[in-house]
Design a protein around this ligand. Structure first.
Ligand SMILES: Cc1ncc(COP(=O)(O)O)c(C=O)c1O
Length: 399
């Protein structure tokens, strides 16, 4: 089959054949290399969004290509009824990285599925103890399946999809006092993001996570960290919670884990990993192709030198963005996960940046989300920031 569409044909196909779940931008990408994407006319774009925190090693990384081709010559899929080595090795690797005592892993295909699995795990954990309640944070985002949506503390995503999964309530994010009130003896689990991503790139406060850990210990509540967006090196640590020196009981991962292939995972301590055969499953979850690639990706990203460079690049990017600007209200985030709050609609700036050859995203109405590849160079950071300011300059000092 030949792939030679132009942009107009792409738009027509999309209108005719795709459900309208996405507001797509007018660009047809055909290729990527390093931190750059190329459209069907050969125009180059510097990528500061990484496919929403997925392409953490940029495009066409040689180790990813090698892992895909080697595994494709051997075995793509056999189902979870049999053992396959890449999955077993990845499980060992993730458990060791996580620091979770006696950790065990369940593999799935996406972030929402990882949270779905963690939600079921929490229900099961609480079943015999009469713990029926689940708590998550206001302004959080945990996915689009009914479980993920029910955990998501934002009405705008939930409206018109009621009834949701019952007995899930929302606590005010970053408010330790609210935790004291909202976590009760009949709570089975507390779901939190260390940095709320879709909710506007808002890092958790250390005292807040410490309080969460303390109450969860006191009341036998599972502390679940959703690291779907923050995990796999994004914040300068393999898991964002390592920035806080707090261990959860359960962690969910996806996005960056598969290096561009669909892979999700749940890691739980021995005590929290209560699934028995038949209680949860996934046909594709952790197949040899995705886990082989994940091993290649994580081997690179987990190197202390690599993570140190991520931290250094993050310092540089934050420094460059922290100059006073009439349209910028605040710059916040952790590592290479940054939010730039503007006083104008972020989506307009995203469109302008695209025209100028820079890919950036949004996190809510007024927040620009920057998620560059973790192996981005200093020169690319300088170029990206320059293009970003150029995009802003098109809007003058509107208020
Ligand atoms: C924190 C968090 N959890 C879950 C999800 C859902 O992941 P997926 O789109 O892979 O289902 C996302 C996606 O943006 C996310 O940021």
């Amino acid at each position: 089959m030949n792939f030679k569409m132009n942009l107009n044909e792409a738009k027509n196909y999309a209108t005719t054949y795709l459900m309208s779940t996405y507001s797509q931008l007018p660009v047809l990408f055909v290729r990527g290399e390093g931190s750059y994407l190329y459209d069907n006319e050969g125009k180059e774009y510097l990528d500061f969004f990484s496919g929403i925190a997925v392409n953490n090693l940029g495009y066409c990384h040689e180790k990813i290509i090698e892992a895909i081709t080697t595994q494709a010559h051997n075995l793509l899929h056999v189902s979870n009824l049999y053992y396959t080595e890449p999955m077993l090795k990845l499980a060992k690797f993730l458990v060791e990285q996580s620091g979770l005592r006696g950790g065990k892993v369940f593999f799935c295909n996406s972030g929402t599925e990882a949270n779905e699995a963690a939600l079921k795990l929490a229900r099961l954990y609480g079943f015999d103890k009469n713990k029926t309640k689940i708590v998550s944070a206001l302004n959080s985002f945990h996915g689009r399946t009914m479980g993920g949506l029910s955990l998501t503390g934002q009405r705008k995503y939930q409206e018109k999809f009621y009834p949701l999964v019952p007995e899930i309530t929302y606590t005010v994010f970053n408010d330790p006092k609210a935790l004291e009130h909202d976590l009760t003896d009949d709570t089975a689990a507390l779901f939190l993001e260390c940095v709320q991503g879709e909710g506007g790139v808002r890092p958790a406060l250390e005292e807040y996570l410490k309080k969460a850990r303390e109450i969860c210990n006191q009341k036998d509540i599972l502390l679940v960290f959703d690291e779907v967006q923050t995990g796999v090196g994004r914040t300068g640590e393999f898991f964002a919670y390592k920035n806080y020196a707090i261990l959860p009981d359960v962690v969910t991962l996806a996005k960056g884990l598969g290096g561009g292939l669909p892979l999700g995972a749940v890691i739980a301590t021995d005590q929290a990993a209560v699934f028995n055969p038949g209680q949860h499953a996934s046909t594709f979850g952790g197949n040899p192709l995705t886990t082989r690639v994940a091993l290649a990706v994580t081997e690179i990203i987990s190197q202390p030198e690599f993570l140190k460079t991520v931290k250094n690049q993050a310092v540089l990017l934050q420094k460059l963005l922290n100059k006073p600007h009439p349209l910028i209200k605040e710059v916040r985030g952790l590592g290479l996960m940054l939010g730039v709050e503007l006083i104008i609609p972020a989506s307009e700036v995203v469109k302008k940046a695209l025209n100028l050859g820079l890919i950036i995203g949004t996190a809510g109405e007024n927040v620009i989300r920057l998620l560059p590849p973790l192996n981005i160079t200093e020169q690319e950071i300088l170029k990206g920031v320059e293009l970003f300011y150029k995009s802003l300059s098109c809007f003058g000092e509107k208020r």
